[in-house]
Write a protein that binds this ligand. Structure first.
Ligand SMILES: Nc1ccn([C@@H]2O[C@H](COP(=O)(O)O)[C@@H](O)[C@H]2O)c(=O)n1
Ligand SMILES: C[C@@]1(CO)OP(=O)(O)OP(=O)(O)OC[C@H]1O
Length: 159
């Protein structure tokens, strides 16, 4: 059995808006997130963790931020691509775990829906998809409410 681990990290800055999209879920907020795509920092991070496990580059190499095709794109496109690449290479996703880092919005009330959305895209049981959150105790750029950061780990297996 071939077991691979990958990590992901991403940050998006807050800008004007009245909601953000995180892990495929629209969360009401007094700000939006800035990005070339829909700026779904959670889904980007999980996508990068899968690319990392496969040693197949990163999200910007597959979907360049200079390419107008991805302007405003819903980020499930990127995650679906990483999942398909894993399958093409003979890997199954075992589980993913991500942690969103922000003072606000509160992630807890939305975490179950986020897990369900990403589990659906990855065709995994929800017990294999974890979404957690932490503040950074008001320290640093997340602490000042300037943006949201996310870290993720993905485990892939080739039976
Ligand atoms: N944006 C956030 C941040 C935190 N949570 C939840 O609150 C708990 C306590 O956070 P600390 O940073 O003070 O440790 C954390 O474990 C999360 O359950 C959240 O839902 N959304
Ligand atoms: C997702 C892409 C798609 O163009 O755009 P952004 O929304 O800017 O997101 P980021 O995480 O900065 O990285 C890479 C890009 O590939």
């Amino acid at each position: 059995m071939d077991i691979r681990l990958g990590n992901g990290f991403d940050v998006h800055a807050f800008g004007p808006g009245d909601h953000i999209t995180l892990c495929g879920v629209q969360v009401p907020h007094d700000k939006g997130l800035i990005g070339h795509s829909d700026a779904d920092v959670g889904m980007h991070t999980v996508t990068d963790a899968i690319y990392g496990a496969l040693a197949r580059g990163d999200i910007g190499q597959h979907f360049p931020p200079t390419d107008p095709r991805w302007k405003g794109a819903a980020s499930d496109i990127f995650l679906r691509h990483a999942v398909a690449l894993a399958a093409d290479m003979g890997f199954e996703i075992s589980n993913v775990d991500c942690t969103l880092i922000c003072e606000a919005p509160k992630i807890g009330p939305h975490a179950a829906q986020m897990r369900a959305v990403m589990a659906g895209i990855m065709e995994l049981g929800q017990d294999r998809v974890s979404v957690k959150a932490t503040t950074s105790e008001r320290l640093g750029f997340t602490g000042r409410g300037e943006g949201i950061a996310c870290i993720a780990t993905a485990a892939l297996i080739k039976p």
